[in-house]
Ligand binder design. Sequence first.
Ligand code: AMP
Length: 565
Amino acid sequence: MNAPDEGFGPLGLGATLLASLHALGYEEPTPIQREAIPVLLAGHDVVGRAATGTGKTAAFALPILQRLADDLDTAREPLALVLVPTRELAMQVSEAIYKYGHASGCTVVPVYGGQHIGRQLDALRRGVHVVVATPGRAIDHVRRGSLALGSIRTVVLDEADEMLDMGFAEDIDTLLEAVPVERQTVLFSATMPPRIDAIARRHLRDPVRVSIEPAHATTGVAPLVRQRVYVVRRNHKAAALGRILDVETPAATIVFCRTRSEVDQLAETLNGRGYRAEALHGGMDQEQRDRVMGRLRSGTAELLVATDVAARGLDVDVLTHVVNYDVPSAPEAYVHRIGRVGRAGRDGVAITLAEPRELRLLANIERLTKQKIGAEQVPTVAELRARQDDRTVATISAAIVEDGERDSSRAALRPLLDRLTAEHDLGDVALAAIRLVHEANGALDDEIEIPDATPRPDARSRDDRGDRKRAASPGPRRELSATTTTGRVHVSAGKSSKVRPQDLVGAIANETRLTGRQIGAIRVADHYSVVEVPDDAVDEVVAALSSTLLRGKKVSARRFVEHHH
Ligand code: AMP
């Protein structure tokens, strides 16, 4: 890895795109971006070996946006075509291109089978710069005359291996015959079977090969670091992390996120859920960093949330746990992160939260480090309760031993016991005291279960693409406990009203008897949000949210019932 300190600056992107990346909180290019962007900007064809989660979308999208920048105003027909295997990916890639390019004035539309063709026709008729399409639907539009390919300058085949697996080989050939000969062609694929090579030979010109396969596979992981992965859906991650921390009770933890905005959001969400988390920022000077580390040492803070860049130069001797809130796209980054614990003969724990689609990245890491990362299940409510019970029994047992050694404190408390037993049964007194200790130790009722999202073996690679429904089904080994069921609350405001997960956590924790820790997954969609809470608290949460303001606005809330087909 060369010059990892300079961010996106040296790659050759223009000021508008750099500003967009800055606004998104991307601090450094991923390895595939560092390799592919300059080559694509120079106009070369590229064959890239990279899976989802490596940052490959930005790797091809940013150069496309840069190269089209001067012609966006005058273009009459689409200038770039991105072919993808699935509807999910079409939407995802199109969202990414919008995110990076709307400040530059670039328009993009996803085109896929299944969606009513009329809507797509309207969008295409209005004129767009970039079309992201599944091959079959792209051909439909070409035949109808609604998709003109005569001005296409760049074609991207994204997840080419998947497209071939899904039987799109002929459609791809047809489309590549129909675009101008003078064009740039980019092919990304997670695997490189011979059929992919054949396509590259037929349709690409002197392609430059880029790959994130580790060039130097010698990086070792300290043997004293215990590594674990939990597979959960994205919107369960914050709750899952809380649950893991509750059982683990680490002394000092650093949680790594991909972007600055994720760092801020997660720190706020965790604080809302009752953990003492501090965000660490790249802009902090050494003195501020030392102060944060001091708070971690003294226990005033339990958790540090940071990007890789912000965590540089930390004095990390106190850390016992490293958490990867996402699977890092560069295996080297993973090794570097977890190298922050397990130093000088002390043992450490590295915890990774992975979405199903990130499992491939994890496989890369296992290959590089030549170690398996064991998959674990998020603690269940029953396990959590057992831990809390143990803790309370241990606290009280320790106090009994301690008091036995200090007769004076016992003597001082004896009259209190006498007063209480004059009116109450001794057992009732003890139970009330135990309850108070139990609660003071952080024990809570009504925690909700967090489902494991490990893809079923028969669902195979489909799940890597984030097929939410299937991936969300509970894992094979675990059944939902019967003690608490999860209810969902639908709230009538979402991203378009600037609602963030932490706003919902805050509102619910303030207005109901629930604590932040009892709130489960939160999904904030464009125009609505769905929050998981214990089922018996749904009515209370609905009532509370209906009568409070969220981001300054009144919202309506109701019990959310999922429709099964
Ligand atoms: P992809 O592999 O294209 O699916 O990207 C995986 C995720 O990484 C997406 O959520 C991107 O927004 C994010 N991402 C891509 N590049 C960067 C970067 N340089 N820094 C931080 N996050 C990134």
